[in-house]
Design a protein around this ligand. Structure first.
Ligand SMILES: [Zn+2]
Length: 290
């Protein structure tokens, strides 16, 4: 425990991840280290076992909502959806609109992205600037915003066109294949949810590695035929191309954000560089499928 408690504690609440609440016998004045507001309360939350990091109730509720999603037992994909919802709650429509315009001015390539992808990027970007260096807390919802932008581009630029290309194929055998079955089912179904990054990444890995399926699987054969219509699609067929990028995004960012680990600003910046930096994955994907 760093620092000193400001009075008589009459009740301690259980530790919830990095945060813990205490009730005092008298009202204590303090400044919330997260939002900077001056507060008076008998109830104080501290962050990271540090009495110099006192937090107001509003900030406590916010952090707790992130922590409860991450520590919960829902599927990883559900957690990602819930964290993305938190991200959108933190920004107004107007802020998203302005940040979207700024993104398009800053980098022309943003103009070619889907509206929903831009919304994810703009929300994350806006918050990262707003909270600035002071925001020493969990950056998971912002990192999820970046990952969802990539996922959205992947679905719109690659997976949906592949689905349309394969629409009249017989995929009965492929639906039973444990490695590509989920993509096969998505293609033949009218109303199934598009696959997440992890599912597609596993399909792609199989497509790139399995020599036998290139002979036997209608879906894999069509995947190669489909890509042959795009001049720059070699990046998608290269193991060090799209596949490697998707694996890094899943392992280093998306999965971590959905679990207990707290993500910092530097992880957010690294993820941003990987996806939308000078030679970002999102640009490469758009070039490959252009
Ligand atoms: Zn606060």
């Amino acid at each position: 425990m760093k620092g000193n408690s400001p009075g008589n504690i009459i009740k301690e609440y259980p530790q919830r991840g990095p945060i813990k609440q205490f009730r005092f016998d008298k009202v204590v004045a303090f400044e919330c280290f997260r939002c900077g507001k001056q507060k008076k309360s008998k109830l104080i939350t501290i962050y990271d076992d540090n009495w110099n990091k006192r937090m107001c109730n509003g900030c406590y509720g916010f952090l707790l909502s992130i922590y409860e999603i991450k520590a919960g037992t829902k599927s990883e994909n559900d957690k990602v959806t819930e964290l993305a919802n938190i991200l959108f709650k933190l920004v107004s429509k107007n802020e998203i609109r302005i940040a979207s315009e700024n993104l398009k001015i800053k980098d022309n390539r943003n103009k070619h992205l889907e509206e929903q992808s831009i919304r994810f990027l703009a929300s994350a970007e806006h918050l990262s600037e707003k909270v600035g260096i002071e925001y020493s807390l969990d950056w998971s919802p912002l990192v999820i915003g970046l990952c969802k932008a990539l996922e959205n581009e992947l679905v719109a630029k690659l997976i949906v066109p592949l689905k349309e290309y394969c629409l009249n194929l017989d995929l009965e055998n492929d639906k039973l294949d444990k490695d590509i079955g989920r993509i096969a089912k998505y293609i033949v179904s009218d109303n199934s949810k598009p696959p997440e990054i992890g599912t597609f990444s596993h399909f792609l890995q199989t497509a790139l590695n399995s020599k036998s399926r290139r002979e036997t699987s209608n879906l894999i054969k069509s995947f190669y035929e489909f890509l042959s219509e795009y001049s720059f699609s070699n990046w998608i067929l290269d193991k060090d191309g799209l596949l490697k990028s998707l694996q890094i995004v899943s392992k280093e960012y998306r999965n971590k954000a959905a679990h207990i680990e707290e993500l910092s600003k530097s992880e957010f910046n690294n993820c941003k560089e990987l996806l939308t930096g000078e030679s970002g994955v999102i640009w490469k994907l758009n070039k490959a499928m252009n």
